[in-house]
Ligand binder design. Sequence first.
Ligand code: CA
Length: 590
Amino acid sequence: MLHISSRMKWSAAIFSVMGFALLAVFAQDLPSRVDNGALLAARGEEWLTYGHDYAETHHSPLDRITASNVSRLGLAWSVEVGSQGLVEATPLISNGIIYGTTTWSKVFAINARTGETRWEWDPGIVRGGAPAGGPSICCGPINRGVALYGDKVYAGLLDGRQVALNAETGAVVWAVQTTPPGRDYSVSGAPRVVKGKVIIGNAGAEFGVRGYVTAYDAETGVRAWRFYTVPGNPADGFENEAMRRAAETWTGEWWKYGGGGTVWDGMAYDAEADLLYIGVGNGSPWNRNIRSPGGGDNLYLTSILAMRPDSGELVWHYQTSPGEDWDYTAVQPMILANLTIDGQERRVLMQAPKNGFFYVLDRITGKLISAEPYVEVTWAERIDTVTGRPVETPQARYGPEGAMLAPGPAGAHNWHPMSWNPGTGLVYIPGRLSRFFYSRPENFTYQPGRSNWGVPTGRGGNIAGVMSPAQEFVLAWDPVAQKERWRFSLAAGVPTAGGGFNMNAGTLSTAGNLVFSGDGRGLLYAFNAETGEKLWSFQLYPNIATPMTYELDGRQYVSVLSGNGSAASAPGRLYTFMLDGTASMPVVRR
Ligand code: CA
């Protein structure tokens, strides 16, 4: 499948004949050309897909910045890209151009050599601080980034569109509405491109929607397939056998509230097994008594699904919280790795979903290998490795009197990517302690356009005091032993304008024996990957997204988005660091 364009061959010829300086000049003028071979190789000089590679390791083989020289890391340049709202994207880089998204689904391309903006594309969603006539949104004008393929940049938008832009100019090549108009679906996740198809999910489970994932032809935008994660009304017929089987695990008239199960974040791809993995979200509403009053597992909520990327056919599923009652999404980022467990080489999928357990699955069969809590967990005693199901505690199915449970809906781990260093054998989880007072309401009325949790708020002080992250940390986890190796506690985040709290950043692992992450107060850190010793820190602004790293002209850089545009922070900005960088922090315009 390796495809090298004639222009790339031309630049390679220039490189060999005329040397490095000329390549640098010409490379700036070449459009991005990302092919299947480059995505599969994931060599490290570039960061071509959300998780660096299809295994979503967020780990770079680059090792010029190391534990022994990271103290010299300084700012190379920074450029403002955001407005009011959180920046969450992991930027990508191809051919010397950094691509990313910022608030209100704006897409940017920045010359990595100069820090100058090459183009910006504004989809025009914001009108007086809300999507114009668009969907209700849960979490502000967020977006986690783009995908690159061929000569195009792909982004999912807050208003439910999926677009392909010309990487050279930012001009729209195609755009499709990937959600039903007039419904409260939005898109905040980064698309992935697998075998020439753009894979995109959506969000909105609290607003009463039915989750699904869709694949589009990367060149034309023509829909290739769509897979729903929960069954619709059986009277309408089932789309496929997977939906028929799933409907046997639901009761009552679940379709009236959509069912939930949105696919808003984690994906991964194993090219050898030809399996695409997606994570599925919580039920709509959270409270199963309302959604499915006769009980049931409610497939495929809170599940990891393995599918064929060509057809969307379901191959296996693993459900993390059967009969979901707590907003325990399994959309969290997943990592594929090969581990030696009990003397056997296992091809595994690892996930730390909201529910507080760290799961290691056989990614070919979907069978559970092990699962252990990585944080305080009170809803389940353990995960039974024979059945693969949780052994719930007596209070887990909270009654009208309610129960304080851990984790809460904020999750022990949320969208912030974890990373995996095959050298240390450790997963670096951006996690938190969280608790929440769950109780059953006396009655429930579905409210269109509003969050429908089916769990009363304001009882037991359950929102402001308890849902906020009490304590955040970077946790180094040994997935073979299922044991903690080190933990670095982070300062609590500062409040955001929207009433929430800034959370910790995603993690980046590098072969320089480093882990990068950040706290809710805007400190960016580098840790020793083996010991957790803090080696370096740099004050950015509250709300740090996820760092990535790349190499350009023989030098390694680290880039990260930071800011939220509030009075206590700064507008979103892309910060790029290098050894001996001397640029100063910008004067902030508020
Ligand atoms: Ca949710």
